[in-house]
Design a binder for this molecule. Structure first.
Ligand code: FAD
Length: 414
């Protein structure tokens, strides 16, 4: 059996490795347009590659996918995070789980993760074709014919696994080519949008505290809430809680004329009356100090100045002269800091929301319902998760399920 895996990212690497491990007779062509495999895997997690999560409760894990969680159930039970970690360990990459439950190779080097596959392909029957951009995929009665740039003759194979990814971080090779191939093979693509991105805000004061971060902040947009680390930037806010919120509002329009109001609570574990009592006591105990110095006992000094500025209370005022009403106003601002989002950080999103319509894929096998013999896996599908290793986890899991079932379908046919 001849198989083409198109796209040498996380899903394609896992699909190809699964096939050669399950069927030593299979002839696999791993076709990648870049000059190397796994470019995005290597830069993921800031180069450290947050390859999966340390959480093991699958029901809880599936809630981390704003789109595609239900569809992922079969793939996730078949190849859960624990199995992924064990798989890498068995292939020579020791995995550690950090305090926030993100899993990384102990070496903190994404190259080691890709290295596992490169080694496995040297041993198995995988022909790695780098610098090979697929331009067209055609299906006929015999199988598939794949046109590759600068090659005169198309490659003919029995089955195809399409793993060309989304269109985020296009410099890594994921330029959305697979959507066109999928449409030509009978699929529909749901609306696409950037997800896991930083926000730009109308408020310019964030520039004055750029680099300042909090480990636990609650963000709210209407009824949507996310909790986690946040950092201020020159243009707005970033960090895991912001990324998660960007995922929840991936399809909402943002503009300077029509911004979305986000409120931020930097004291999520302190009820408003408790924070009020705390600030009142600090002011009462330090009547001769100025307001900004007393506020600095609660928040970093740079932010204390901004609180005063934003609520228009003189920061130089003596603490003893601050009124009850003024305390209320400051507390309200800190518990519900208003930030008007005007844009997403362009071109820097981590994933694409939307993709090949999941109704057209069999979730137990990853085979297309529109085009038998075609399997799809990874970010090309309408699946995306929060940060924390969930996107690579879904790429490994769907890639593995596609590879396993492709081999199974062949053995039942022959
Ligand atoms: C900066 C950054 C950091 C990230 N960090 C993390 C993280 O730490 N943890 C996590 O879980 N997720 C992370 N993600 C998301 C995660 O990396 C992706 O969701 C995941 O890699 C998707 O895997 P994939 O195999 O579906 O697609 P990709 O990794 O995008 O692979 C697709 C491959 O197909 C190739 N290709 C495309 N078109 C063609 C064509 N026409 N012919 C041949 N080849 C083609 C591309 O060159 C590419 O190599 C990060 C993303 C980014 C951008």
């Amino acid at each position: 059996m001849k198989i083409a895996v198109i796209g040498g990212g996380a899903a394609g690497l896992m699909a190809a490795a699964t096939i050669v491990e399950a069927d030593s007779e299979a002839e696999v062509f791993l076709i990648e347009k870049n000059e190397e495999l796994g470019k995005k895997v290597i830069i993921s997690g800031g180069g450290r590659c947050n390859l999966t999560t340390g959480f093991d409760d699958i029901k809880q894990i599936l809630t981390k996918y704003p789109r595609g969680g239900k569809f992922l159930t079969k793939a996730m039970y078949a190849f859960p995070p624990k199995a992924v970690r064990n798989w890498f360990e068995a292939h020579g990459v020791t995995v550690k789980i950090e305090g926030d439950m993100r899993a990384f190779p102990v070496s903190d080097d994404g190259q080691d993760v890709v290295g596992v596959f490169e080694k496995s392909f040297k041993k198995g029957n995988v022909k790695v074709m780098i610098n090979s951009a697929v331009e067209e995929i055609k299906k006929d009665k015999k199988g598939f014919s794949i046109k590759i740039k600068k090659r005169l003759k198309p490659l003919t194979v029995d089955k195809v696994i399409l793993t060309t990814g989304g269109q985020a971080y296009r410099q890594t090779g994921s330029t959305g080519d697979g959507y066109t191939f999928a449409v030509e093979l009978g699929h529909s693509i749901t609306p696409l949008a950037p997800s896991l991105s930083a926000f730009h805000t109308k408020e310019s004061w964030t520039a004055d505290v750029a680099g300042l971060s909090f480990k636990k902040v609650e963000l709210n947009i209407g009824k949507r809430t996310t909790v986690g680390p946040v950092m201020f930037t020159h243009k707005g806010v970033t960090g895991p809680a912001v990324f998660a919120m960007s995922s929840l509002i991936a399809f909402e329009e943002l503009s300077t004329t029509n911004p979305i109001l986000l409120t931020m609570d930097i004291f999520p574990d302190l009820k408003i009356d408790k924070l009020n009592a705390k600030l009142s006591l600090l002011l009462h105990n330090n009547p001769k100090k100025n307001l900004s110095s007393v506020l600095s006992l609660l928040v970093p000094k740079s932010l204390a100045m901004i609180v005063c500025d934003e609520v228009k209370i003189d920061f130089a005022k003596n603490a003893g002269q601050v009124s009850k009403k003024e305390v209320e106003v400051m507390v309200e601002w800190m518990k519900k800091t208003p930030l008007h989002i005007i844009a997403r950080s362009a071109g820097e999103e981590f994933v694409t929301a939307g993709g090949v319509d999941l109704n057209e894929i069999n979730p137990s096998t990853m085979e297309s319902k529109k085009c038998p013999g075609l399997y799809l896996a990874g970010e090309i599908l309408d699946i995306d998760g929060f940060t924390g290793g969930f996107n690579l986890q879904s790429a490994w899991a769907t890639g593995r399920l596609a590879g396993t079932n492709l081999v199974l379908s062949h053995s039942t046919q022959s």
